[in-house]
Ligand binder design. Structure first.
Ligand SMILES: [Zn+2]
Length: 322
């Protein structure tokens, strides 16, 4: 009798072990299936992530060097990796100078914190310091000075510009298209604008400053006096907008330019193309530079619209941005 009980017990155990194995087997299969699905997903999404980061990095490389160099740097960065398609297409669709780019020169990377409100789209920003999302470190707003001068090896990516006359002139590639558009519009309106000076190399600026200091010293000024005198009209080496490739001097660099219709036209229209009158007559105490009716500086359309409309200078605008 006890044997029977035992047998029936062991039979019951045998019976109950079968579904147990089935469950374990099913669970194991489930785990394996999940693992396979997970691995497949991972291996599929991995290249996607890589390629998008490649696109991003090459876009950054593109905007940082813009124009012809952009394609080559994008190409070289992409040749190191696999996806040459994405970077090269992003290079060809390179944003024009109106698009905010992370910047080329040292102090600028990742400066724009929100998408810009474009004056071109008819939405004129209400003013500086009103939460436009711009930072004063935006490459277009850089004010080189003695404390943060342009280094000798800091050469922007350059493009030739429409000079309105003879001679070859260059600007930072990101400003060149807007400048050419401004020249075309001025010409269409019957203006006779021509470029007298644009991009200057560090060596050129150094020589120019030195030559003028020597001339002032020849007039009896000490070296320090001469430097201060000259600096009111010619930027010290490393501190010129011209070295940034963002400044243009028009029509012979003459004070009389302020009495011409070309000057009036520029004051009315320069902001539409991203340019400002850099050294206004009533801002000398802030800019520390004499009134220069001939000197225009690229800052981008959205900044220029505010600066020209409010009749403020770049220093005031940047200070407001913080
Ligand atoms: Zn100038």
């Amino acid at each position: 009798m006890p044997q029977q009980v035992n047998r029936s017990y062991s039979r019951r155990r045998k019976k109950s072990r079968l579904p147990y194995f089935a469950i374990v087997l099913t669970l194991a299969l489930l785990v394996i299936t999940v693992a396979i699905v997970f691995m497949t997903q991972c291996s599929r999404s991995e290249p996607e992530e890589t390629s998008s980061s490649q696109t991003l990095s090459s876009a950054a490389a593109d905007s940082s060097s813009s124009s012809s160099m952009a394609s080559s740097s994008a190409a070289s960065s992409s040749s190191a990796t696999e996806s040459s398609q994405a970077p090269s297409s992003s290079a060809s669709e390179a944003p024009s100078s109106t698009a905010p780019s992370p910047s080329s020169s040292k102090p600028s990377s990742g400066t724009i914190t929100s998408s810009p409100t474009s004056a071109v789209d008819g939405v004129v920003p209400t003013g500086a310091g009103t939460g436009l999302g711009y930072k004063s470190s935006d490459w277009r707003l850089r004010i080189p000075n003695i404390d943060s001068p342009i280094e000798d090896d800091e050469i922007p990516e350059l493009s030739t510009i429409e000079s309105g006359g003879s001679g070859k002139f260059y600007l930072d590639s990101r400003a060149a298209d807007d400048f050419d558009a401004m020249m075309a519009a001025a010409k269409k309106d019957g203006m006779n604008l021509y470029v007298s000076s644009s991009y200057r190399t560090p060596a050129y600026q150094k020589n120019l400053f030195e030559k003028r200091v020597k001339a002032a010293m020849a007039n009896g000024e000490s070296r320090a006096e001469a430097e201060n005198t000259v600096a009111k009209e010619t930027a010290r080496p490393g501190t010129s907008d011209h070295m940034l490739g963002l400044a243009v001097d028009f029509n012979g660099v003459k004070n009389a330019f302020k009495d011409t219709k070309e000057y009036d036209w520029l004051i009315e229209h320069c902001a539409e193309y991203g340019f400002i009158l850099r050294y206004p007559e009533d801002k000398v105490d802030i800019t520390k530079v004499s009134y220069e009716p001939w000197h225009y500086r690229y800052v981008g359309k959205e900044h220029a619209a505010v600066i020209m409309e409010k009749k403020i200078c770049l220093e005031e605008y940047v200070q407001d941005l913080g």
